[in-house]
Structure formats: structure tokens, C-alpha cells
Design a protein around this ligand. Structure first.
Ligand SMILES: Cc1ncc(COP(=O)(O)O)c(C=O)c1O
Length: 371
């Protein structure tokens, strides 16, 4: 095995460069929030909501305190609860399933395809029964899932479609931004996301007035008029500081996503080691490469080799949802979702963020090709 000398550590993600670049502007925005004391909800959140809705081609966006809350409130707005089933991919971050469980409903896990690693539309119908109410499709790693196929199944069986777009701000399906296809779409603005806050934040996009009104109430103690509570609600408001930071960062998102695309293109075109498989990308799926996931036969060996060369890949995710201990009561077995299981035991995430230099990208490619 060849190894090459490297200048410094290259992590899967490093947020420092991005935040230094926009520090002055974000601090000025923070100062405005501070001076007006609009700390919880308020005009800075509303400004972001308007701009983000426009970005997603929806009528509304509702800012909340994180992406998990966004998913939970979307489930509640659809009236999902005890006795219901909601189909979710086995290959996703666990929060997609949490949202279903929080309502008392049951997540039903569907395998991913063996090449796009997204929910396999062909395996959804066999999981549908009289209790099934919705499908949550996930634009995982920043790449849109097969929206038309999943939407057609939802339409045929009278199910709601919700997008989990937590990892996919700015991704496009057939040229249209994700976030406007389902009844609602849920976003995370966790700091490491393509559009990340300077703390925790999330949001829901929708074009339907009925959901919009309900979400506003749910996130604010079930209240439309102060101190009058029409239903049991939550404090899941977005903070003013996060709204202000996100408005600043939204201006840069396209540029940052374009740089991620450039890096991904290089990985796809220049990594020619047959021991490494990259995610298949149908021509209708314009990914924003939140993660650049690969698979390889011996992940531990590759990981060790990369570390020796100062490259520190990530791992998203080591256990598929259906085999998580938290869901052992659902009695899934190994072999139930073989593609998701294969991925969980063979995947690694290459360094991916807009501030990676060409030199760093070339180093990653070079090291991988020498493996
Ligand atoms: C696919 C997916 N869904 C939901 C979430 C939950 O978002 P948050 O961490 O903001 O609660 C995440 C965030 O990691 C995610 O990646």
C-alpha cells in the first residue's frame, strides 16, 4: 500500500472557514437582534421564513427550533397518531423515525436501492395496509429521492407525502427545488448542514394554508391569540439570532452548494480505484452533496489508511434505523433491509464542504487512487 506525505489534517467537515468568511456580517445581524431584543420568533425569523419559502418555491416556511421538531410538527399537522403507520426509509438519520414515534404512530422501514441508496419506491407498496397514513421520503446526503415514483404510490393509496429535506437545502428534482413536492417538507438547520444556523434550528415549508396555520399554532403553545390555547402545543419557536444568521447565510448557499458540486464532480470523475463505489446519481437528481458517501469492502482498512494520510472520513450511518436498539420492539431482523444493512457496514463519508481547497481535494483523490 502506498502512502503519500500530507500537509495537514483534512476532516469530513470543518465549519471554521465558512464562519470566518461571514463573521462580520453575521455579527452585525446579531447586533440588530440584540438591540431590538427580538430574541424569540419575531421579525428576523419572519424575514428568513419569507426568503426561505421563496427559495423553496413554496407559499410558506415556518421556522422552528430544530429539524426533529419540524418533522414532529409535520406529523401532528397531518393528524398522525396512535394506531397509524408511516413509511420511512431504513437508511436515514434516526430523527426521521423519531417524529413518527413521538406521535404514538409506528414507523415502517423500507429498504433503499442498492445504487442510489435512497428509499426504494418498488418496495413501498408491500408495506402499505389500512393503517398506513403517510410516507416520509428523505433526500439523503443532499440527493433527491425518486419523488415522482413515491408520489404516484402515495396518490394511488391516498397517503400523505412528506419530504425530509434536512440534508438537502437547494437540491433540485428535475430542476425544481426540493421542499415543494410533499404536503410539507422538513429542514434541519443544524450547524453542519449545507444551510446551518449558529446553533439549533429547523423549518417546515408548505403551500397549504391549513398546515401553515396549524404549524404556527403548534410551535407556539397551541395558541393563535396570546394566552388562549386551542390545543396542546409546544414551545418550538426559532430564536431571533438563528433567524438573523440564516438570512445572512441563505445569500451564500447557492455559491457554497456550487462549490460542493464541483468537489463532488472531481471525486466522481477522478477517483478511479475499483475498490470504491460512489452513490449513483440519476440525471433528474441534482444533489447538493451534504455528504459524499462511498462504499468499500473493508471499511476499517480504508479508514485506517486514510487516517495515516491525514484524512478523516465520517460514517453516516453505522446502524440502519430498523436495527437500532430503540426499535427492537418492532422485531425487525438482519436481512429485512439488506441494502441499508450493506451500506451501514460498508460506507464512509469523504471530506465535503465548500471551503476545501483544490489541493486538499486532489490529495483525497490521490490517496484514494493509491489505495
Ligand atoms: C435526514 C435528517 N432528518 C432529520 C434530522 C434532524 O434534524 P435536527 O438535528 O436539526 O433535529 C437530521 C439532522 O441531522 C437529518 O439528517
Amino acid at each position: 500500500m502506498n502512502t503519500v506525505a500530507v500537509p495537514h489534517k483534512i476532516a469530513c467537515l470543518d465549519l471554521k472557514g465558512q464562519h470566518q468568511q461571514i463573521k462580520k456580517e453575521v455579527f452585525e445581524a446579531f447586533e440588530k437582534v440584540y438591540d431590538t431584543t427580538a430574541f424569540s420568533g419575531g421579525p428576523f425569523v419572519e424575514e428568513f421564513e419569507k426568503k426561505f419559502a421563496a427559495f423553496c418555491h413554496t407559499k410558506y416556511a415556518v421556522g422552528v427550533n430544530n429539524g426533529t421538531s419540524a418533522l414532529y410538527l409535520a406529523m401532528l399537522a397531518l393528524g398522525i397518531g396512535k394506531g397509524d403507520e408511516v413509511i420511512v426509509p431504513a437508511n436515514t438519520f434516526i430523527a426521521t423515525a423519531w417524529a413518527v414515534s413521538y406521535t404514538g404512530a409506528t414507523p415502517v422501514f423500507v429498504d433503499c436501492t442498492d445504487d442510489t441508496w435512497q428509499i426504494d419506491a418498488a418496495k413501498i407498496e408491500e408495506k402499505i395496509n389500512a393503517n398506513t397514513k403517510a410516507v416520509v421520503g428523505v433526500h439523503l446526503y443532499g440527493q433527491p429521492f425518486d419523488i415522482e415514483s413515491v408520489a404516484a404510490i402515495c396518490h394511488k393509496h391516498g397517503l400523505y407525502l412528506v419530504e425530509d429535506a434536512a440534508q438537502a437545502q437547494g437540491a433540485q428534482y428535475k430542476g425544481i427545488p426540493v421542499g415543494c413536492f410533499g404536503e410539507m417538507a422538513c429542514f434541519s438547520f443544524y450547524p453542519g448542514k449545507n444551510l446551518g444556523a449558529c446553533g439549533e434550528a429547523g423549518g417546515i415549508t408548505t403551500s397549504k394554508d391549513v398546515y401553515y396555520k396549524h404549524l404556527l399554532s403548534l410551535r407556539n403553545h397551541g395558541s393563535e391569540v396570546r394566552y388562549y390555547h386551542d390545543e396542546i402545543g409546544f414551545n418550538m419557536r426559532m430564536s431571533g439570532l438563528e433567524g438573523a444568521a440564516l438570512t445572512v447565510k441563505l445569500k451564500y448557499l447557492r455559491g457554497w452548494n456550487n462549490r460542493r458540486k464541483e468537489i463532488a464532480r472531481r471525486y466522481q470523475n477522478e477517483i478511479d480505484n475499483i475498490q470504491i463505489t460512489v452513490q449513483a446519481q440519476p440525471e433528474w437528481a441534482a444533489s447538493v452533496y451534504h455528504l459524499f458517501v462511498i462504499t468499500t469492502d473493508d471499511r476499517d482498512r480504508l479508514s485506517k489508511y486514510l487516517n495515516e494520510n491525514n484524512i478523516y472520513p465520517g460514517l453516516h450511518y453505522p446502524v440502519p434505523c430498523h436495527l437500532q436498539k430503540a426499535y427492537s420492539h418492532l422485531k425487525y431482523q438482519e436481512g429485512d433491509c439488506p441494502n441499508a444493512e450493506y451500506l451501514a457496514s460498508h460506507c464512509l463519508s469523504l471530506p465535503m464542504y465548500a471551503e476545501l481547497t483544490d489541493k486538499e481535494v486532489e490529495h483525497v483523490i490521490d490517496v484514494l487512487n493509491r489505495y
